[in-house]
Design a protein around this ligand. Sequence first.
Ligand SMILES: C[S@@+](CC[C@H](N)C(=O)[O-])C[C@H]1O[C@@H](n2cnc3c(N)ncnc32)[C@H](O)[C@@H]1O
Length: 265
Amino acid sequence: MKKLPESFDSFVENLLAEAETVEGFLSPNEMRFLALVAACPTANGDVLEIGSFKGKSTVILAKAAQLAGDAKIYAVDPLTAPSATDPDLRGDESSLKDFQTNIERHNVADKIEFHQTFSYQLAETWTRPLRFLWIDGDHTYKGTKLDFDGFAPHLADGAIVAMHDVLHEFDGGIRVFMEDILLSPNFGASGFCGSIGWAQFRRDKQTGARFRAEKLALYRKLSRLIPHIVFKENLRGWEKKIYKLKRSRVPRSAVNPNDWLKLVS
Ligand SMILES: C[S@@+](CC[C@H](N)C(=O)[O-])C[C@H]1O[C@@H](n2cnc3c(N)ncnc32)[C@H](O)[C@@H]1O
């Protein structure tokens, strides 16, 4: 089993304190999880982030990947919040200035190969094997599916795919996570940390098949959320309460680093 880097806990807590100063939408447990995956490679390859916004997850990934000896991570975002599901830029035309300020202030500008374009455009020329694919861009079904289909062919054996907002009211993440990941024999260990859905890619379908029962149990829990999300614009009132009640049945607490490493080793 892989070991955690020395002093990992204190490294992560310092990293969280730094990342606090960057505007974004990640909970502390989600940030801890991203740091864990970036710092503890489960495969050979690079880290790619889709959707950087003002750089919160970018800073976490770039710093944590250094612990694994990665010279740099890759990130892609047009930085104009072009999707219907994007955060409000509050009057700014682009988050470029904030993104640049944040990665410079946290000393990771030279650790990021940034592509200011759409993920589906980058996918057309992408050739590098990936050990960690972090999808937090266009959360519509079409957008998330394009991201998955564009980059899944580059996943190295053992790589982790993680998607944000799978347990929010967008239909992209949850559908792609259910249909393309949980129902695929090429994914093994899987789970949630907060609203991040994650899974491990296995080239050998037999290895993935060992996790069939766990994946189907998760699929069933998620399928109960589908009627409240697909074809709906805005969840309100009782329906929102029912959605939240069903969502509370999906296990999504903090990930224990050592247990996680055992699972994906
Ligand atoms: C929720 S934010 C990302 C938040 C960021 N990961 C963080 O931790 O703060 C979504 C971002 O996705 C970007 N985006 C939307 N569609 C995209 C696409 N097709 N390709 C790449 N980025 C996209 C938006 O510009 C926006 O900055």
